[in-house]
Design a protein around this ligand. Structure first.
Ligand code: MLT
Length: 237
C-alpha cells in the first residue's frame, strides 16, 4: 500500500484517477481540526457546503451553521471556524452546516473517493489505525490556501506518512518524501517551525491565535470523521 501527499487542490486532478483509496482531507488551521472537535463533542453530523449562499439557505431553514471566509466568521453564522466554538452544550446531537474558505472546498473536490476521511493532528493515531485497518492506499489532500501550498497541511502529510510507513506503507512519491523531510525538520519543535507559516500571520492579525496550540496537538480526539456520499454528511463511522 502506498501513501501519497497532494500539496494543493490544484494538483488533485492528477491524483484523482484512482478513487479506490482513502483520501484524507486536511486543513490543520482550522477546518478539519474543527470538524474533529465538533464530532468529538457529540455533534451528530457536519454537513459541508461549498458556498456561503448554501450555508445561508440552511440557516434560514433552522440549521446551526458554522461559516468562515478569510478566517472571519460570517455575520449570519452561529459559529466561526475555531474548534473552541463547537462546545458540547451547543452541538450535542445536532447537525451542523459548515463552510470554510479552503477546507470545505477540498472536501467537495474529494467526495468521489472510495473513502473520504477527515484528518488533523488531533486524530492522527486514530486515522493511521483506520487507514491501516482498511488496507487501502492513502492520498492526503492538503487544502492549502487558494490552491497555494501551505506549510501546516503539508507538515501533517509528512506526520501521517511517517505513521503509515511505520505500519508498512511505502512512500513512492517525491511529494511524500518532501513532506517526510519537513516533518523530520519540524519535529524537535513543531510550534516554532510553523511560526513561519503564512496562515499564522493571518490568524495573528485577526487575533485568532488561541487555537493554534490545540490544532498542533496530537491525539486529543479518538475518532475518524468520514463523508457519506448518499447523505452528503460527515459523521463518525
Ligand atoms: C480554511 O478553510 O481556509 C481555513 O480553515 C481558514 C481558517 O483558519 O479559518
Amino acid at each position: 500500500m502506498k501513501v501519497e501527499v497532494c500539496f494543493s487542490p490544484a494538483l488533485y486532478p492528477y491524483y484523482a484517477g484512482d478513487n479506490n483509496r482513502i483520501t484524507v482531507v486536511v486543513d490543520i488551521f482550522r477546518a478539519t481540526t474543527t470538524i474533529c472537535a465538533a464530532l468529538q463533542n457529540a455533534a451528530r453530523s457536519v454537513i459541508p457546503v461549498a458556498s456561503v449562499e448554501e450555508a445561508r439557505d440552511y440557516k434560514a431553514k433552522g440549521y446551526l451553521v458554522g461559516a468562515e471566509r478569510n478566517v472571519k466568521r460570517c455575520d449570519f453564522a452561529d459559529f466561526g471556524n475555531s474548534p473552541f466554538d463547537y462546545a458540547a452544550e451547543k452541538v450535542k446531537d445536532m447537525d451542523i452546516v459548515f463552510t470554510t474558505t479552503n477546507g470545505t472546498q477540498a472536501i467537495d473536490m474529494a467526495k468521489d473517493s472510495d473513502i473520504l476521511a477527515v484528518g488533523a493532528f488531533s486524530n492522527i493515531d486514530a486515522l493511521a489505525d483506520f487507514c491501516f485497518g482498511k488496507q487501502k492506499d492513502v492520498c492526503v489532500l492538503c487544502a492549502g490556501w487558494n490552491n497555494r501550498f501551505n506549510m501546516e497541511d503539508s507538515l501533517f502529510g509528512g506526520a501521517l506518512a511517517r505513521k503509515l510507513i511505520d505500519k508498512g506503507y511505502n512512500s513512492a512519491s517525491d511529494a511524500t518524501r518532501v513532506a517526510l523531510s519537513m516533518w523530520e525538520e519540524a519535529l524537535p519543535d513543531v510550534r516554532s517551525y510553523i511560526d513561519k507559516a503564512e496562515h499564522i500571520k493571518r490568524l495573528e492579525v485577526n487575533s485568532l491565535l488561541d487555537s493554534v496550540a490545540y490544532c498542533l496537538t496530537e491525539n486529543t480526539v479518538d475518532l475518524v470523521p468520514v463523508y457519506d456520499r448518499e447523505t452528503k454528511r460527515i459523521s463518525v463511522k
